[in-house]
Design a protein around this ligand. Structure first.
Ligand code: PRX
Length: 644
């Protein structure tokens, strides 16, 4: 391995940060030796409670059960909004930057309170009650934040579906959690192009008879269809609603939201998070990972359709009374300087994005960066996929002018909040490493037989004990929760990731060890893409694997076997790509589709994915192929490989 450059904690951070190296070690020690006492103290410090808990934690990793702050009562929106009103009612809660650089607005905490209450009252009038599921299929407009918070205000469970998902994918998610209310927009706007959200929703709803209410935000004023009785305009409904709405008293363990994410098998799972533990860890990691200081302007580029948008565009910052920036557009529109121009325009201090965006911006040249000032930025962050040291160095040297630490945060939809991450005042950085565990997190490495690896080494990353923002269940299917996370290694939560631990105890995520792809930081199951491909009448069989991609991290490589008598063609290729867009969304478009007359299978008929991954990666040392039913299949695959 090449020499790792270590970046020490900058002196300014070491002396002014919330947590320095010594404090990190002391607090970490306490957090794992006496977790209940540690988390009780944090829960007092970070959250406002209507009723104190009777017991801090209770969990069983065999049954996949966890509960935190049992019998405690609170409301998330009281914590994210109301309690700030007295001291910071006029402070900006949200800066909204539109797709068009001429569009921007700011929302104060007081205004946020009014808007959330109004929408909460609208939902109540439409019969939405505590525990009901509300689907939110919306672009990055401020109403996205109002919608999520309005649900939390009245105790409804939100299920945000990323606006890039297709009608088919939206339908599956609405049905799976029986959402009866949908909040959407006429159209979204990204990179100068409009996205037909309401039209997509209408299509999805053809198969969702239980949806009685669709609230539509007017974003573009584009033409849309209207179903009388079911559809209401957002602006008309809130205009008449009261701006006062008492927060519903919620149990600490009452569900807060469902967010669908991909696994290695089957349809996406509805990851269920509960209220108090989730909010506590989102709030605490926000403050410590980003070393958030009073008055900082903070920007996370994630869409609210992903967990990063939930925890770090919205809930973490608002719980801390921070100013969070929501951006509607894309980093390359009107050109590749957009992010840095936004940082200058709004004087952003903390900037958090995905490695795929960094690689894309790095690819177009430094000039887009260097023509901006960026002097307000003091900290940079990354999330969602491993960052290659080259991209890390560029981000550090060019964007951060070698002055800003980078926090590489490893976590998952299921973990709810940061799990492995540097703390900028405490952790010397190594490019490409998510460094050390956050407080209370006990990572361990296991070999394939489930034996713990101690000291430096590489293995499967698992977590030993519960943490407050842990997944509580897979919505409607707790057995799937047990099977997916708690069965591979008995007594541990299994992450699905591989990792290496070095001599300093730093963790280096090596990527998924299961059949989950990470394409531009978006998680996708190979099985989902395969299911979409085989829906085409001409396709007999399909196998999908990831392969290294310079910008996306991983690209989608599909091997397709056609039905007898059917020939490959450009048109068929286009139809197959369309099939993936239709079933999942544009993010699921295969990058490469190889026509494969046969797939490498064992004598018992199991596809040997190991071989397909190697051919896709253009690695031709295939290892032992003697167990294949027909080894000549492999020669053909190699001969016609597309990634040379
Ligand atoms: O493989 C890991 C990768 O993203 C997966 C989780 O994806 P998702 O649930 O969509 O959440 C993404 C945002 C938290 C993980 O299993 N991943 C996430 N962050 C990192 C990462 N891989 C390496 N380094 C990271 N910092």
């Amino acid at each position: 391995m090449s020499e790792v450059h270590v970046y020490p904690v900058p002196a300014e951070f070491a002396s002014n940060a919330h947590i320095n190296e010594q404090q990190y070690h002391a607090m970490y020690q306490q957090s794992v030796e006496n977790p209940d006492q540690f988390w009780a103290e944090q829960a007092e410090q970070f959250l406002s409670w209507d009723q104190r808990w009777s017991k801090v934690s209770e969990y069983d990793f065999i049954k996949g059960e966890a509960a935190w702050f049992i019998d405690g009562k609170l409301n998330l929106t009281y914590n994210c909004i109301d309690r700030h009103l007295e001291t910071r009612g006029d402070q900006t809660a949200i800066i909204w930057e539109g797709d068009d650089p001429a569009d921007a607005k700011t929302i104060s905490y007081r205004e946020l309170h009014q808007q959330v209450c109004k929408l909460a009252n609208v939902l109540k009038q439409r019969g939405v009650k505590k525990g009901d599921r509300v689907c939110i299929y919306i672009p990055m407009v401020v109403e996205a934040a109002y919608a999520m918070l309005a649900c939390a205000r009245i105790g409804a469970i939100h299920s945000v579906v990323f606006g890039g998902f297709s009608p088919e994918a939206l339908k599956d998610r609405i049905l799976n959690s029986d959402c009866q209310t949908l909040i959407t927009a006429d159209e979204g706007v990204r990179g100068g192009k409009s996205v037909p959200l309401k039209a997509n929703a209408d299509l999805a709803l053809e198969s969702c008879p239980n949806v009685h209410t669709v609230v539509t935000v007017q974003r573009t004023g584009g033409d849309i269809a209207w179903t009388e009785g079911r559809d209401i305009w957002y602006h008309e409904a809130v205009a008449e609603a009261s701006d006062q709405c008492e927060p519903e008293l919620m149990d600490a363990e009452d569900p807060l939201f469902i967010l669908y994410t991909s696994g290695s098998t089957g349809q996406p799972k509805g990851v269920l998070h509960s209220t108090a533990g989730y909010l506590l860890q989102a709030a605490m990691t926000f403050k410590y990972t980003f070393d958030y200081q009073e008055g900082d302007i903070y920007w996370c580029t994630a869409d609210v359709g992903w967990i990063t948008g939930h925890s770090y565009s919205l809930y973490g910052p608002l719980a801390n009374g921070a100013t969070t920036l929501l951006f509607e557009g894309v980093p390359t529109y009107p050109d590749a300087a957009r992010c840095w121009e936004i940082c200058d325009k709004h004087q952003v201090n903390i900037f958090y994005t995905a490695p795929t965006a960094i690689r894309a911006l790095m690819g177009v040249g430094d000039e887009f960066v260097t023509r901006t000032s960026r002097s307000s930025i003091k900290l940079l962050g990354t999330v969602g996929e491993p960052i290659n040291p080259e991209a890390w160095e560029w981000y550090h040297r060019v964007v951060g002018e070698a002055r800003c630490p980078i926090v590489d945060t490893w976590w998952q939809t299921e973990t709810g909040a940061h799990m492995l991450t540097p703390l900028p005042g405490a952790t010397a950085l190594k490019p490409g490493s998510a460094t050390r565990p956050f407080f209370g997190v006990q990572p361990i490495l296991l070999d394939n037989d489930g034996n713990e690896i101690t000291g430096a080494g590489e293995g499967n990353l698992a977590i030993k004990a519960s943490w407050p923002s842990q997944i509580r269940s897979v919505y409607g299917d707790h057995q799937r929760m047990i099977d997916t996370y708690f069965s591979t290694y008995k007594g541990y939560y299994f992450t699905g990731d591989g990792a290496r631990r070095d001599e300093d105890g730093y963790y280096w995520i090596t990527g998924r060890v299961d059949d989950v792809l990470n394409v531009s930081g978006h998680r996708m199951g190979t099985a989902e893409v395969e299911s979409a491909l085989v829906l085409h009448d001409d396709v007999a069989e399909a196998a999908v694997v990831g392969y290294p991609h310079d910008i996306k991290g991983q690209g989608i490589y599909a091997y397709v076997t056609l039905m007898a008598g059917h020939q490959p063609s450009d048109q068929l290729l286009a139809e197959l790509i369309q099939m993936c867009v239709q079933e999942i969304g544009p993010i699921a478009k295969p990058d490469l589709i190889q026509w494969a007359p046969g797939l490498p299978k064992t004598r018992s008929g199991k596809i040997m994915r190991r071989i397909l991954r190697k051919v896709a990666a253009n690695e031709l040392e295939l290892g032992d192929t003697s167990t294949l039913a027909d080894p000549s299949v492999v020669d053909q695959l190699i001969e016609n490989r597309l990634n040379k």
